[in-house]
Design a protein around this ligand. Structure first.
Ligand SMILES: C[S@@+](CC[C@H](N)C(=O)[O-])C[C@H]1O[C@@H](n2cnc3c(N)ncnc32)[C@H](O)[C@@H]1O
Length: 259
């Protein structure tokens, strides 16, 4: 911010008379100042996106969710969270999910949200056209809210929330798309990614294309180490301002192992 102010105040085209009046020169910003200005603008953009998102969520909660008895939008970053390494609950918006899914042929594929919270993403994935949508959530109170949401929307046959630690889940191979929005610490991330790989390998489903979506912070080293996924695309989410990566599975023989 300081460099931005310095840059503005040094430019006589903006202020007419100032520092340059005494020196009679316009001092161009240094490369370092330009970088700082760029960083500052980016930070301001992310902050602005955050406030816009908070207002949108509040509006959505008050006028769409609350009157129907639904609750997707209200965050639970610490309150009620019991598991060590759990990053808490925050919702991925439907438009953010739609934008991400548009990069892959997601229709008719099955979708698994790892750390599904109140079930927003699994409902959205179904609404957007995924054939089957399931979420796994460790925290009991979030899972209960998800079940209530699914019941109110009458999605019971198509959308399911299961209360389980993602490290103990044994049905990863049933799904085609794995979605993770910054759910837990890197060591848990690594265990979960390894489980996805091992379970797929065990039932010889590797010739089927699978997609891993890492939205926001992720343990990318762990993903790369499996050698099961290759990066399809890395982009910035226009709604949250964070990065997302989509990985696609590659064919692996049953003799290959995690390095
Ligand atoms: C950031 S929220 C994302 C919620 C949802 N996926 C979305 O994008 O809207 C992460 C969720 O992962 C859950 N979680 C964290 N650790 C978990 C674990 N070991 N097993 C299952 N769920 C977990 C949290 O309780 C939280 O609800």
């Amino acid at each position: 911010m300081n460099s931005f102010i310095t840059f503005i105040s040094r430019d006589s085209r903006i202020w007419g008379k100032n520092y340059s009046e005494y020196t009679n020169t316009i001092i161009p910003p240094t490369k370092y100042e330009f970088l700082n200005i760029f960083k500052t603008i980016n930070t301001m953009k992310t902050m602005l996106l955050r406030y816009v998102r908070l207002l949108e969520y509040l509006y959505h909660y008050l006028f769409w969710e609350f009157p129907r008895g639904l609750d997707f939008s209200i965050r639970a970053k610490k309150r009620g969270i019991t598991l060590e390494g759990n990053h808490g609950y925050a919702l991925t918006s439907k438009k953010a999910l739609k934008n991400i899914l548009s990069k892959i042929p997601y229709r008719k594929l099955s979708f698994l949200d790892i750390g599904s919270g109140k079930g927003g993403v699994i409902c959205y994935a179904y609404e957007l056209g995924c054939e089957r949508s399931e979420g796994i959530e460790y925290e009991e109170f979030l899972h209960t809210i998800a079940q209530k949401n699914i019941k109110i929307l009458e999605y019971n046959e198509h959308v399911k929330s299961t209360k389980i630690d993602a490290r103990d889940f044994e049905r990863y191979a049933e799904f085609d798309i794995y979605f993770m929005f910054n759910p837990f610490d890197p060591d848990i991330y690594s265990e979960v990614v390894n489980s996805i790989f091992k379970q797929n390998k065990a039932i010889l489903h590797l010739e089927r294309e699978k997609y891993l979506i890492c939205y926001g912070d992720a343990n990318l080293d762990a993903v790369n180490k499996t050698k099961y996924f290759e990066l399809l695309t890395e982009q910035k989410c226009p709604y949250r301002g964070n990065l997302y990566r989509i990985y696609k599975s590659i064919f692996i023989s049953t003799n290959d192992s995690i390095v």
